[in-house]
Ligand binder design. Structure first.
Ligand SMILES: O=P(O)(O)OC[C@H]1O[C@](O)(CO)[C@@H](O)[C@@H]1O
Length: 425
């Protein structure tokens, strides 16, 4: 379902030693006894999803859609990016959701954003989905303080039935608040970290509310779970991708540029950056994840990638089939001198551009990986996101890193809280 190509020779990477290491990582993952094994709930989550849970998600999404015009999803990091990635990839560029919109808040701190959001929804019926695994993250908590007040001022007691909470089963301020108010609650499983949570209620409720087929998304993830679980180094693209990027890192290529010609995948790239950056960037090591959308960024960062410091490798998400296409037509006077392209579709143009860019960057000293996926729909996105989560585990373990914690994010939080005189800091 996903094919990984590489400008070098994979067999050179897969030395006997490397195969041994990969094998023991594989065994630790599936026996769930490696480092961080208490956060492996995502590994067999798709196949373990129960029908009543999925029905609850779909019914709640229907209820939200039937009584509202807008769902505001409040969350940050892994409690935001998965849903945002899938919704952005699937919704049309314009007239995004003519009858129902999903909007986001709490993923930054901006008074202008929140004021303008409240003004924008004033003549629309509104529901909220607050998502925070810890239930204590400052940015979503702040946004919720304003939006909860807005809902109560506007709807009175009815606000309580328009607010949906996704958080830990037992702990956190949000959990307590939801209990007090009687908000409908969904649980973020203990053993699933934020950046691995897109197939839990964290991602599924906003995606279903946006009108997309969560069953197909889960089916894609389930097939990936099944097909990528074998230790077959020739066939398993997740292990191949993890092994290749690790090898490149060892050769001094410390930055990975994730490129795509599909603008709608922009937030899949953002999701990928959190996944790999937060999983691997520890103990003064790890590949730094960067992203570009082509051909746009060929006209800006393209110069650096071709010719700048040689510590980059590039990995492309290549989509085989376009969602819609246009064919270049012949023009009588050829004033724009584009008749040489007549008969070519814009998707074919991009596939050719991929080959050209890849050749040029390779000759400039940038190794090339291709992650080929058939198309962008719910099923293939489910497959792709699971593929990246699994690859990330292999890649981080190859570095000797626990992929599932993020101790580094506490330092800046402590520094901010001290300045803000938060009690206890
Ligand atoms: O879901 P929560 O607990 O609000 O956390 C949001 C994000 O913040 C982080 O904890 C980093 O501070 C991420 O790991 C996480 O995805």
């Amino acid at each position: 379902m996903i094919n990984v190509t590489y400008s070098g020779n994979v067999q050179d990477i897969l030395t006997d030693d490397k195969k041994e290491t990969l094998k023991s990582i594989h065994e630790g993952l599936y026996a769930k006894n490696g480092e961080g094994n208490d956060f492996l709930g995502w590994l067999d989550w798709p196949s373990g999803l129960s029908e009543p849970f999925l029905n609850d998600i779909k019914q709640t999404a229907d209820e939200i859609r039937s009584k509202s015009d807008v769902l505001i999803v409040i969350g940050i990091g892994g409690s935001y990016l998965g849903a945002k990635a899938v919704i952005e990839a699937l919704q049309p560029y314009f007239e995004k959701n003519p009858n129902f919109e999903v909007l986001f808040a709490g993923h930054q701190v901006s008074g202008a954003y929140l004021k303008q959001l409240m003004a924008y929804v004033e003549d629309k019926e509104v529901a909220l989905n607050v998502i925070s695994k810890s239930g204590t993250t400052t940015e979503p908590a702040l946004a919720f303080r304003f939006l909860q007040q807005y809902m109560e001022d506007r709807y009175g007691k009815e606000a309580d039935s328009r607010i949906y909470v996704t958080t830990d089963a037992e702990k956190g301020a949000l959990r307590t608040l939801a209990e007090e108010k009687g908000y409908k609650r969904f649980v973020v499983p203990d053993d699933v970290g934020g950046r691995y949570s897109v197939f839990t209620a964290v991602g599924l409720l906003p995606i279903a509310a946006a009108g997309f087929d969560v069953e197909q998304l889960i089916q894609g993830a389930k097939d990936a779970e099944n097909e990528l679980s074998s230790f077959d180094l020739d066939q398993n693209p997740a292990i191949r991708y993890g092994a290749i990027r690790h090898q490149l890192f060892e050769q001094g290529y410390t930055n990975e540029v994730l490129a795509t010609f599909e603008p709608k995948l922009n937030f899949v790239q953002e999701w990928w950056k959190q996944l790999f950056g937060e999983s691997e960037g520890k103990d003064q090591t790890g590949i730094f994840p960067i992203s570009v959308v082509y051909t746009t960024d060929l006209h800006s960062l393209g110069q650096y990638i071709q010719d700048g410091k040689r510590n980059l490798f590039e990995s492309f998400i290549v989509v085989d089939e376009a969602e819609e296409d246009l064919e270049v037509f012949e023009k009588e006077n050829n004033a724009d001198q584009l008749n040489y392209l007549a008969g070519l579709s814009l998707h074919e143009f991009n596939l050719t551009a991929y080959k050209g860019v890849s050749e040029a960057h390779l000759s400039g000293g940038v190794p090339q990986i291709g992650v080929h996926v058939k198309k962008v729909d719910e099923y293939h996105l489910g497959y792709l996101l699971y593929f990246y989560m699994l690859s990330c585990a292999y890649s981080a373990y190859l570095l000797g890193i626990n992929p599932f914690n993020q101790p580094g994010v506490e330092d800046y939080k402590t520094a901010i809280f001290k300045l803000l005189k938060k009690p206890g800091y």
